[in-house]
Design a protein around this ligand. Structure first.
Ligand SMILES: *[C@@H]1O[C@H](CO)[C@@H](O)[C@H](O)[C@H]1NC(C)=O
Ligand SMILES: *[C@@H]1O[C@H](CO)[C@@H](O)[C@H](O)[C@H]1NC(C)=O
Ligand SMILES: CC(=O)N[C@H]1CO[C@H](CO)[C@@H](O)[C@@H]1O
Length: 727
């Protein structure tokens, strides 16, 4: 949905952010010029309010005293958002980032979600751990099927979900008197408390605060037979709403909107614009209910001129001929004088960011800045307000604070304790229908391995669950990467889970665990991103699982997929075991890590595999780390192994300790492609401390094994000789 040239804009946004972070703090609140402009902006709000005269007779009163009556320190502000599906879930995160960036109050987010959005957002907020943000979910699917809204015919692109804004007074807790309702496609450029403060300007009768619609839609006659729903004047836009829930409940809101909607539907057949039509129809009948808000709280960026008039008149702006904002405003965030008078930008058209508005570039930069903004920076405490973090998060913070910086393995321990923000199913995902023998390929990667994805898709036609270790800005590049690849765009059975970067060491096992936890099939193939499976592997594995009747066996089984490697960047991938053996004999393929680390795969017994016609059992031995297919509920990877070394070895030990039988499949294979060594391997090779720390973690791992498996774990300990440590 982002425009072309976005990468350039993203790069610019990132650069901008750097500049902002460095200079922002110096400018912020100090520059007298800035303060003057900030005051100008407030005056501008008043100017904006008197745009167009005052057709509703209440504007003068409502906006005459705009020195905002900001809510008291630590007062909880409530925000409701309706969100369904993968794309909207991404939008919500960007919206919330913009709100968090400027906010000074604790927030309670009320999220009305479908099952997809719920699992995405639940994971995201749990791992984000932002102090003073409470989250509550409401089941949109239950609502959709229920009597409150399902009777409404509807042809708007947001479907029935938009209508859920109408039923908020019924579904939000009765104790809740006020709420700000936001569409997912808005971006804040100021403190939401200033919006909340406008509740204080409501008269006794007013229950709904809205900004006038900035197009001529509701005036009708846009084209022949254009018959919009009834509305007062231009009508109101429902992208940003202030709701007095208490009064709405008292005034019988539910009956009121239902009656209105039913009456209108008699002549109009179907709503064409969902909740907005219904709100407008009610307001037309009961104009006393609405409290018009200054237009800056919902600047509707489409091709219309009213939006432009709003923000230009609202701000004391120098706009040069090419549509660029004045000098001061080259830094759209942090610097309050640069918010151009606009408080909330609403990307309210299906065209979203591609709008042709003259100043769209400026708003787009603000939006891109938040897209790429590092979410962990928003974890800051609110000074003097309770943090309201769950106990686990508090414990983690304490553990982190108790780490000794002088300890040689400090960096590792810090990385082990780090909770990364996780955005599961970052892109639209449609899992295949459940099949009993299905297998999901599980792997993890960072930006430098994106180029493997297309090849992997060609080699593995089945479902995949991939964890990607990215910064917020890289996640946007990744979106673009997938969007421009026909191969990747076509695959809806590949789930991408973004784990946001934090800390110097690669959290390999945490990443694997994220991907593993999101696999939906009964079996998983635990692979690595630089391996390409045999073209037939997916079908062969499913057939093998069925033939071996794995699901009915009492014995737990791990199927071993023998691993090979090529050192050639250009090579023709074998189509069969026979072709593979020919390449092996010709020396263009090797068994995996034969030269550097033979013990990693020796127990697979490649000599036997050459001849094998049937699966054969092998025994665990020290340092064995084969690629295996196991049931989805297999043990997790040990997250203490970060960076390079022993991360898979420990997992195989765990499988063996839990008495998984290791069974090598005679026709299965997977081939490692060459790549430059990772940063972590280089550090491991060059740093004695790195190796000593790894040794220390192995020992801790063995102590834990003995605790959990008693005498049975002794064999792993005797196999652990210091001389065998990986070098
Ligand atoms: C708003 O108030 C000002 C001064 O109080 C008055 O002059 C003006 O006519 C009012 N505007 C409207 C539209 O009522
Ligand atoms: C989600 O966004 C992608 C582009 O990023 C688009 O192609 C797709 O149609 C969208 N899906 C839905 C359900 O809106
Ligand atoms: C400027 C603007 O966003 N106008 C909106 C007014 O309402 C109609 C109907 O909801 C929208 O289509 C316009 O985009």
């Amino acid at each position: 949905m982002l425009p072309r040239g976005r990468r350039r804009a993203l790069g610019a946004a990132t650069l901008l952010l750097l500049v902002v972070v460095v200079v922002g703090f110096f400018l912020f609140g100090r520059d007298p010029e800035c303060e003057r402009r900030e005051l100008g902006r407030r005056d501008g709000l008043q100017a904006a309010a008197t745009l167009d005269g005052d057709p509703y007779g209440s504007r003068n009163r409502s906006t005459s005293n705009l020195q905002p009556l900001l809510p008291p320190k630590c007062e909880l502000l409530h925000v409701a958002i309706v969100c369904a599906g993968h794309n909207s879930s991404r939008e919500v995160i960007t919206l919330v980032k913009s709100v968090l960036f400027y906010r000074k109050n604790p927030l309670h987010l009320h999220l009305v979600t479908d099952a997809v959005a719920r699992s995405i957002l639940e994971t995201h907020f749990r791992t984000w751990m932002v102090p003073a943000v409470a989250i509550r979910f409401y089941d949109a699917e239950e609502l959709k099927a229920g009597p409150l809204i399902s009777w409404i015919p509807n042809k708007h692109y947001s479907g029935l979900y938009g209508l859920m804004k109408l039923v908020l007074p019924s579904i939000l807790p009765l104790s809740l008197a006020r709420v700000v309702v936001l569409d997912t496609d808005v971006t804040f450029s100021s403190d939401i408390a200033e919006l909340w403060a406008l509740f204080a300007h409501f008269s006794d009768k007013q229950v709904i605060g809205l900004v006038e619609n900035q197009s001529d839609w509701y005036l009708g006659n846009l084209w022949k037979n254009h018959k919009p729903w009834p509305a007062l004047g231009r009508g109101f836009n429902t992208g940003v709403i202030l709701l007095r829930l208490d009064r709405l409940r008292q005034s019988g809101w539910e009956q009121m909107w239902k009656l209105m909607a039913k009456r209108e539907l008699l002549t109009l057949q179907a709503t064409s614009l969902a909740d907005q039509d219904v709100f407008n129809a009610v307001i037309k009948e009961h104009p006393e209910l609405v409290h018009p808000l200054p237009c800056v709280w919902n600047v509707q960026l489409s091709d219309h001129t009213l939006a432009e008039r709003c923000y230009l008149e609202a701000a004391d702006l120098k706009v040069s001929g090419d549509g660029r904002m004045g000098d001061c405003c080259s830094l759209p965030i942090l610097n309050p004088c640069c918010s151009s008078g606009t408080q909330v930008i609403h990307w309210n058209s299906p065209k979203k960011l591609r709008v042709k508005n003259k100043h769209a570039e400026f708003f787009r930069n603000l939006h891109l800045t938040f897209l790429g903004y590092d979410g962990k920076l928003l974890r800051r405490e609110l000074f003097g307000c309770p943090s309201q973090l769950p106990p686990e998060a508090e414990q983690l913070q304490q553990a982190m604070a108790q780490l000794d910086e002088a300890e040689p393995c400090f960096e590792f321990r810090q990385q082990q304790l780090t909770v990364h923000r996780v955005h599961i199913t970052f892109l639209p995902h449609r899992p295949p229908p459940p099949r009993p023998h299905d297998v999901t390929l599980v792997a993890q990667l960072s930006m430098d391995r994106l180029q493997m994805l297309e090849a992997l898709c060609r080699h593995w036609p089945g479902p995949m669950s991939l964890a990607l270790y990215l910064t917020d800005a890289e996640a946007q590049q990744f979106l673009h990467f997938v969007g421009t690849s026909p191969v990747l765009s076509a695959r809806k059975d590949v789930a991408y889970h973004v784990v946001y970067r934090e800390g110097p060491l690669y959290p390999v096992n945490q990443l694997r665990n994220v991907a593993l936890a999101q696999a939906l099939t009964s079996y998983v193939f635990l692979s690595d991103i630089d391996f390409l499976p045999a073209y037939s592997l997916y079908d062969y594995l499913r057939a093998s699982i069925e033939q071996l009747e794995l699901s009915s066996l009492k014995q737990k089984v791990a199927l071993v997929v023998p691993a090979f490697e090529t050192l050639h960047y250009r090579f023709s991938f074998p189509n069969s075991k026979a072709e593979l053996l020919t390449l092996l004999d010709a020396g263009s393929l090797h068994t995996f890590r034969y030269h550097e680390w033979p013990q990693g795969h020796a127990p697979t017994d490649y000599a036997r595999w050459r001849e094998a016609q049937a699966p054969y059992r092998v025994q665990w031995a020290a340092d064995y780390e084969p690629y295996v297919v196991v049931p989805r509920d297999c043990p997790r990877y040990d997250p203490r192994f970060v960076g390079f070394g022993w991360n898979k070895v420990a997992h195989i030990i765990e499988l063996d300790a839990q008495e998984y039988e290791l069974l090598v499949l005679p026709e299965a294979f997977s081939i490692h492609l060459p790549h430059a060594p990772s940063l972590d391997i280089s550090r491991f090779r060059s740093s004695p401390t790195y190796r000593d720390c790894l040794q220390a973690f192995k020992e801790e791992f063995h102590q834990d094994l003995s605790r959990r498996y008693g005498a049975a774990a002794l064999k792993y300990l005797t196999a652990l000789q210091p001389s065998q440590s990986r070098a």
